[in-house]
Design a protein around this ligand. Structure first.
Ligand code: SAJ
Length: 459
């Protein structure tokens, strides 16, 4: 690759990368940063992991992993190499030749991007800045962030990008608890500010990621990640709208999807649900629509998807009301049990979980609400009160007026719960194998019964 004036900073760093003598840094040791640091150590590099949370650093030194995908055993092996140094001290940046920034990019109260974590890291980098460093931002963010929040800030200090320092964007693609795809085997897109930046970023990431996908700029890399997750948000919103349409038309959306997905080309199934949760899908599209507005471009798809997905908890509660009506009951004063509080199956993560919204809406409607989740054992409600999960007790579950399945954890005994005879609102089609009249699902109409007790016939 022609790098133009290949200066000695470039040459020195490239040699350090190739020989694995480069000291690597990871800022932010969360679900992205810690697995990244582990891969770097596994490939023979010395790694400094910087995190503001001293508790995390202490746990790492004690060999206690707080990330589901990194076992204590793996962490112990990494610590035993002596090549991983977790610290809270940003002065360690002085030792680092290449740094990957993996800090959160949440939304502010009014749904605007909150890039304060990135800004804080850049301020620290400026304090300990030295020539020849490669900086790669991994945090999901709007196109232009790498240039606006990092490149411009360092150029203000007189450094020239592509000569005095090197700058890339490489979006994280970590899917927590994904048993098949991990940091090493998930293809990694990377965009460099200059050709020299891209050459160094590609050389480095190729050392611990199986497939590196170079693109022409940080903006392309930034935008590619937002496309990936906005694609999901829009398609989930679309199938949620189809579910409400089918409900109205008395057609089973779940059967419709199963039929459509037999098409071997040109179709990709998404499934209705009680809304969308997690640290990516509810947030990433808002980063894109916010930035686009700066160009006077208003993405109707993103806004419509956000409002459709945000409406789903209300749809679930309204449906519950219709179902209880079949038993001459109202939500008010009913005892409701929510099964599953986490934002997706088989994890404990509660971030943006729609179950939290469903819970509050039932409470606001005057119901007594409990929840059971085998992974998420408690949460803080909107008043800051800690709400614990109830114990798994089928006899107790029988006493509820209604059971609402919000998160379809694999380890729930759907057969036993179906046979309790308690009316069920199934938001995930998790009870698909049990065709009982008291089991209802979103995306299909409420089967009307003449008498309340008729609906309780258990097959
Ligand atoms: N959801 C639906 N219907 C669907 C798919 C998802 O309602 O058909 C809901 C889920 O229940 C959840 C939310 O949407 O509440 C998000 O689900 P997700 O499957 O997108 O899982 P996430 O949030 O963990 O997304 C991550 C993302 N990974 C990265 O950003 C690196 C996403 O790009 C991945 O595609 C996704 O994991 C994945 O495929 O598991």
């Amino acid at each position: 690759m022609e790098v133009g004036a290949v200066n000695n900073q470039y040459q020195k760093l490239l040699e350090a990368i190739e020989s694995k003598n480069a000291v690597l840094g990871v800022v932010g040791l969360g679900y992205v940063g810690l697995p990244l640091a582990v891969e770097m150590v596994k490939q023979g590099f010395r790694v400094v992991g910087i995190d503001l949370d001293a508790g995390k650093v202490d746990r790492l030194y004690r060999g206690e992993s707080y990330i589901h995908d990194i076992s204590d055993e793996t962490l112990g092996e990494v610590m035993a190499t002596g090549r991983f140094k977790p610290t809270t001290d940003y002065a360690s940046l002085r030792e680092i030749d290449a740094i990957s920034i993996c800090v959160p990019t949440p939304l502010s109260e009014n749904q605007d991007p909150d890039t304060s974590y990135i800004v804080t890291v850049v301020e620290q980098i400026k304090r300990f800045m030295k020539k020849g460093i490669l900086i790669t931002l991994e945090s999901t963010t709007y196109p232009g962030t790498t240039e606006e929040l990092i490149q411009r800030e360092l150029e203000k200090l007189g450094y020239v990008v592509g000569e005095d320092f090197f700058l890339c964007f490489s979006p994280e693609r970590v899917d927590p608890s994904n048993a098949k795809f991990n940091t090493f085997n998930t293809p990694k897109v990377i965009g460099g500010t200059t050709e020299a930046c891209l050459a160094l970023g590609t050389a480095l990431y190729s050392k611990y990621v199986q497939t590196v996908v170079p693109v022409s700029s940080p903006k392309v890399a930034e935008m590619s990640k937002l496309l990936e997750n906005t694609f999901r948000s829009v398609n989930i919103a679309f199938i949620n709208e189809m579910a409400m349409m089918c409900d109205r038309m008395g057609i089973d959306i779940w059967e419709v999807i199963d039929a459509a997905k037999t098409k071997p080309f040109g179709f990709m199934p998404f499934y209705p649900g009680p809304g969308i949760g997690g640290h990516c899908i509810p947030l990433d599209p808002m980063y894109l629509s916010w930035k686009a507005k700066g160009f006077r471009f208003y993405s109707q798809f993103i806004e419509l998807a956000q409002s459709t997905n945000d409406n789903m908890p209300y749809y679930v509660v309204n449906k519950t009301s219709k179902i209880l009506n079949e038993y001459a009951k109202s939500i008010k004063k009913s005892n409701i049990l929510i099964l599953g509080m986490a934002y997706k199956p088989d994890i404990s993560d509660l971030r943006e979980s729609p179950a939290l919204e469903v819970y509050e809406l039932y409470k606001d409607s005057g119901a007594k609400v409990d929840f059971y989740d085998p992974y998420a054992t408690s949460f803080r409600d909107k008043h800051g009160i800690t709400v614990p999960s109830v114990a798994y007790d089928l006899e107790k579950f029988k006493t509820y007026d209604c059971i609402v399945l919000v998160t379809n954890h694999s380890n729930l005994d759907y057969g036993a719960i179906a046979h309790l005879g308690v009316p069920i609102v199934d938001t995930r089609n998790a009870f698909r194998d049990f065709k009982f009249p008291h089991i209802y699902k979103i995306g299909h109409s409420v089967q009307h019964v003449a008498e309340a007790n008729e609906a309780l016939i258990v097959g």
